[in-house]
Design a binder for this molecule. Structure first.
Ligand SMILES: [Zn+2]
Length: 255
């Protein structure tokens, strides 16, 4: 599942390709958007907020998308967009400029709203780890509101802070040697601050890397811990239906 770093890179790619260019073609293959078109509108910018993409147009409209589990946006040369190429049922959106076309595959969500109403769709998010206005103090205060909650589940909750999924939550807690099941209230302030700083560093590095980074713990269950040599494990965190799986080392992550 794409996390904040991947969504940030997708926004940058779309912004690079489409910014300041009018759309000469548009298809939105989404039931609630039937008959809607963005044809002729010019892209002002494409930005990410946590795992959400906001594509802003000069008409005062925003196309909001979310990749959910397996969605992605790709940028292709408009000259290469043939009828056969866009027949795929996985395609949910086509936004064509003279030169580049953005193709949205298997998007988890697509909606059109007034740019001034964006708060309705991203206003619930906590501080964005990759935002210019990232505020670790505010994120920490939100985490502290539910002291009995497991830190792993609390970090995944986008209302506390935006951008983390299971990959970077696993890596953050592994690096800080804290068990994902430690209650938030059991963490001293400096430990919680260390977690937030680490998450910020890891996600920022991943967003800039532009490729898959080497992961220390995520996806390595059953392999030796790079620190202590005992076997890494994975386990469920959170309550159904929000339950997710995090990796951890049962020896060198405490709590
Ligand atoms: Zn270990």
């Amino acid at each position: 599942m794409p996390e904040g770093d991947a969504v940030r890179r997708a926004a940058a790619r779309l912004d690079d390709a489409l910014r300041e260019q009018p759309l000469i073609g548009c298809e939105l293959r989404w039931p609630s958007l039937a008959g809607r078109s963005l044809h002729g509108m010019t892209t002002l910018e494409v930005v990410s907020r946590g795992k959400h993409l906001l594509h802003r147009f000069d008409s005062g409209m925003t196309l909001h998308s979310h990749l959910r589990m397996e969605g992605r946006w790709r940028v292709r040369r408009t000259a290469e967009i043939t009828p056969a190429a866009v027949r795929s049922r996985a395609i949910r959106a086509l936004l064509a400029t003279d030169r580049w076309t953005a193709v949205g595959y298997r998007l988890g969500l697509l909606e059109l709203l007034a740019t001034r109403d964006e708060r309705r769709v991203v206003g619930h998010l906590g501080p964005d780890l990759l935002g210019d206005d990232w505020d670790a103090g505010a994120a920490g205060a939100r985490l502290r509101r539910q002291p009995a909650r497991a830190i792993g589940a609390a970090l995944l909750d986008q209302r506390n802070l935006a951008g983390l999924g299971t990959i970077w939550t696993t890596e953050t807690l592994f690096a800080e040697r804290i068990s994902p099941w430690t209650q938030v209230g059991a963490l001293p302030d400096d430990a919680l601050d260390g977690v937030l700083q680490r998450a910020h560093r890891l996600l920022s590095a991943a967003a800039g890397a532009g490729h898959e980074q080497a992961l220390a713990a995520y996806g390595h269950a059953g392999e030796p811990c790079p620190r202590c040599g005992r076997l890494l494990r994975q386990g469920p965190i959170g309550e159904p239906p929000e339950q997710r799986t995090l990796g951890f080392c049962p020896i060198c992550q405490t709590g």
